[in-house]
Design a protein around this ligand. Sequence first.
Ligand code: PEP
Ligand code: MG
Length: 321
Amino acid sequence: KKARELEAKDEPAVTTDGHRVTVVANIGGVDDAVQAGTMGAEGVGLLRSEFVFMGRATAPSEAEQADVYADCAKALRPGDPLVIRTLDVGGDKPLAYLPIPAEENPFLGIRGVRVGLEKPEVLRTQLRAILTAADAGAKLYVMFPMIATVADWRAAKAIYDQVRAESGVTAPVSVGIMMEVPSVAVMARQFAAEEGCDFFSVGTNDLTSYTLAMDRGHPKLASQVDPCNPAVLTLIGDAATALHDEGKWLGVCGGVASDPQAVPILVGLGVDELSCSIPAIPAVKAVVRSVSLDKCRELAAKAVTCSTPEEVRELVPVTED
Ligand code: PEP
Ligand code: MG
């Protein structure tokens, strides 16, 4: 089975009835960008830019960041998407040189885009560096993590607009939102109607955690933090419907996009793009090719009526050959 999947890794992921799903990679840096291409990725759906910031004593300069982002863009085929997520630290990802005061509840505190809004110079520097990659070949997308309110989005977008205006970059760059706080999924219609908001990608790791109010790293609770929980799937499906009505697309870049059992359900819920861990890409593409969109929709419709994640998973038998 693995050998067959690998053989077809460069073929597109099209269902038996002709529905195309974009399959891209989650990456942490340039080496991953190169490797993603060799495993059949059609671009990058999530560059976790915090990897450029972690494991060092001082913040990377604008030039250092620009090199990484441009090298990632150059590693892709011209025109393939490169989604760069702005710095997502705080919560489980501390940075010594960017101290965030100790908090009672770091996962409900200054993390993700909130760090950039607290320290706008950090966000401005990063956005300037990202924009220098706009002409490097790939099609560039900027994505803000941990957006919770329309005010967050407007504040982040205003900083982006200012940096963009000053940059002189003319290449088109799309700007979008990570859907990882339930408020964004619930209010997908309002977010989608926001000026200049081009796309969304679901961070199911955090979305599941925040929907269930369970820490995804908690030793006693982690096993229950299943993105196939019908509550999470309902949020994704309803959001996809609202976004499509507004002409916006929805990806999934959380871990569930790499889960072959979940893939037909996500496609049936209306997810347009799956951003996977690099090794999972051939199998995810193979799953899409093995089903019809009609079947996926039927599974998704059943999944959102299930009562437990176990019931959802029983809908999709795992095949070994
Ligand atoms: C997520 O929350 O699903 C996600 C992709 O972001 P991270 O895992 O980096 O928090
Ligand atoms: Mg997240």
